[in-house]
Design a protein around this ligand. Sequence first.
Ligand code: NDP
Length: 334
Amino acid sequence: NRQFRLKARPQGRIRKSDFDLVEAPIPEPGPGQALVRNVYLSLDPTNRIWMSDMDQYMPPVELGAVMRGGGIGIVVKSNSSAYKVGDQVTGLVGWQDYTIAGETVETGMGVIPKGLPVPLTAMMGACGITGLTAYFGLLELGQPKAGETVVVSAAAGAVGSVVGQIAKIKGCRAVGIAGGKEKCRHLVEDLGFDAAVDYKAADWKERLVEATPDGIDVNFENVGGEIMEAVMARMNLFSRMPLCGMISGYNTDQPMRADFSPILMRRITVRGFIVIDFMSKYAEGSMQLAQWVAEGKIKHRETIVDGLEEAPVAVNKLFDGENIGKLIVKIVDP
Ligand code: NDP
């Protein structure tokens, strides 16, 4: 049972040397527990937050502990009525080959229903945690109405790509902000966004103005910093800003500063959220997302890296912008 244990809190970028890769015995499930063979690991920006000891929404990963991470596994032994051998499960599997699943909220995993009309990996992306983040953040906090303009940053990523496509389903104008020509092409040509702004181009702020002729009604914020400020400067009276992430700050220990005056002058509703706030409605959200994926209304792309041993290096793709869609590590064939 290979395990990545956190050795040091990263300074800046994540390094392989921040982890010990150890070989531990495969654990035996106790009463009410099951043994899970992990097959896919979900790499997420929040991994970087958990590695640090910054103020956060869960306890940081302790030094010496197995790195926390979401993923999908298959039940190989079970002493619990909640899991059957062969069940595909999703939850916090950790950066390791095997995990023990329990029956409490903290230790439990969700059994993936059989016969879903979507690929298994979509249960981590478009129909899983990142899709649910887009779904609840946009619909419950953003409250988009047909004809309104929705802007999303990190738009070609796992969350952002779903936000823009749900905005289109709801009859809105969807504008994505992403780094590079290929990502912007993908957003407009493959995913049906109305416009995409390449923030790496010198004139991107003018392009943002052009792309939002009627201002911005919903800003689904994933990045923070300069991008957030440029978007807020275009937001309309009584507009909404679900604050989902601030990835541009995760590799630094500097506090992120922002100008609050647009919030006052244009009475913007800003609300931070973490997808777990909506846990009681996950099943409903997942079913709706799976239906949209099956109908072709939501397209999803994945960047899959082979091998558990690659996790500490591959996770940096999120910060270098090397992923399109959901970033996944394949541990073994399912
Ligand atoms: P993505 O798949 O979007 O990958 C991250 C992307 O962010 C990169 O591909 C890159 O795209 C962009 N990026 C990275 N650094 C910067 C930077 N300095 N400036 C601008 N863009 C940058 O990841 P996710 O979809 O998983 O996550 C997106 C955001 O949503 C993150 O902020 C994350 O923390 C947040 N999140 C929040 C959740 C919640 O419950 N609140 C749950 C899940 C995610 P590019 O090439 O365009 O720069």
